[in-house]
Ligand binder design. Structure first.
Ligand code: SF4
Length: 245
C-alpha cells in the first residue's frame, strides 16, 4: 500500500489496469476529476470499464456526458440503477423530494439511489477508481491513494492533486468537460440537490446547499456517523420491510 501511495496518477492507473483487468472499474459522475481519470486510463487501455450511478435524478447534461465519453473514447459507460422495489417503497412512504425535509431523509435517498446500487455493482469487482481529491472539502482531507474497504481496493489516483492541476490537465489534453461547469457549478450531482456556487464559496458548497452543519457527502465515500447513521438504519429498514410486504 505504501508503494501505491507514492505513485503518480498514471503509474497507479497503469498498475491497476494490468493487475485487475476487467475486475477494475472507474466510477464517475463525469466531473473534471473523473474525466481526467478516464482520459489517462483510456490511453493505458481502450477496454477500461467506466461505470456511473444513474440515480434517476441526474441533470440532462450528465446523460449527455455518457454520450460524449462514448464518442471521444469509444467506451460504453455502464449505468448502475437503483433497485426498483426499494425506490418505489421509498417514494411511496416519503415522496419524491424527501431530501429537502431533513438530513436523515436525504441520507436515505442517497442510500437507495447511490450507495446500495454501487455496493451491488462493486460485488462483481476487485478494485475501483474514484476522483476524490484531498483539498475538495474538509471531509476529504485524509483521503489516501489506495485503501482496502470490505475486501475491495479503492484507488484515488488524484488524491494529492489540486484543482489547478486538474484544470491544467484538462486544457493540455482537451478533455471533455461537463457543461454545468460553464453555468457556475463546481461539484455536480443530482439535479435537485446541486446548484452553482458563488465566488468565494468552497467547491462543495453547492451540494445539499440547504443543509446546515451536515457533511457534504452522499455516503459512498464516507458513512454518516453516530446518531445520523442510527436514524438512517431505521429509515432504511422500514423501506426494505415495505418492499418485502
Ligand atoms: Fe437523492 Fe439528492 Fe442524494 Fe441524488 S443527491 S440520491 S436526489 S438525496
Amino acid at each position: 500500500m505504501e508503494r501505491l501511495e507514492q505513485s503518480g496518477a498514471k503509474e497507479l492507473l497503469a498498475w491497476a489496469v494490468s493487475e485487475f483487468g476487467s475486475s477494475l472499474a472507474i466510477a464517475t459522475a463525469f466531473q473534471s476529476e473523473g474525466m481526467v481519470i478516464v482520459d489517462i486510463a483510456a490511453q493505458i487501455s481502450p477496454h477500461v470499464r467506466v461505470l456511473t450511478l444513474d440515480t434517476g435524478r441526474l441533470p440532462e447534461e450528465t446523460y449527455r456526458m455518457i454520450e460524449t465519453v462514448r464518442e471521444r473514447y469509444g467506451i460504453a459507460v455502464e449505468t448502475v440503477s437503483p433497485d426498483p422495489g426499494e425506490l418505489e417503497a421509498m417514494v411511496a412512504r416519503h415522496g419524491p423530494n424527501l431530501f429537502y425535509r431533513e438530513v436523515a431523509l436525504r441520507n436515505l435517498c442517497c442510500q437507495v439511489r447511490k450507495v446500495r446500487p454501487l455496493e451491488r455493482a462493486l460485488g462483481g469487482l476487485n478494485a475501483w477508481v474514484t476522483g476524490l481529491r484531498r483539498d475538495q472539502h474538509d471531509s476529504r482531507a485524509d483521503v489516501r491513494k489506495a485503501e482496502e474497504i470490505q475486501g475491495k481496493l479503492k484507488l484515488n489516483p488524484l488524491a494529492d492533486w489540486t484543482a489547478g492541476q486538474v484544470s491544467d490537465y484538462i486544457q493540455q489534453h482537451a478533455v471533455p468537460v461537463h457543461p454545468l461547469y460553464a453555468a457556475g457549478y463546481k461539484s455536480i450531482g443530482c439535479a435537485p440537490c446541486t446548484r452553482a456556487v458563488q465566488p468565494g464559496e468552497d467547491e462543495r458548497a453547492g451540494r445539499w446547499w440547504w443543509e446546515q452543519d451536515a457533511a457534504k457527502e452522499c455516503g459512498i465515500h464516507f458513512s454518516p456517523e453516530g446518531k445520523a447513521e442510527r436514524k438512517l438504519d431505521v429509515l432504511l429498514s422500514e423501506i426494505l420491510e415495505a418492499k418485502r410486504a
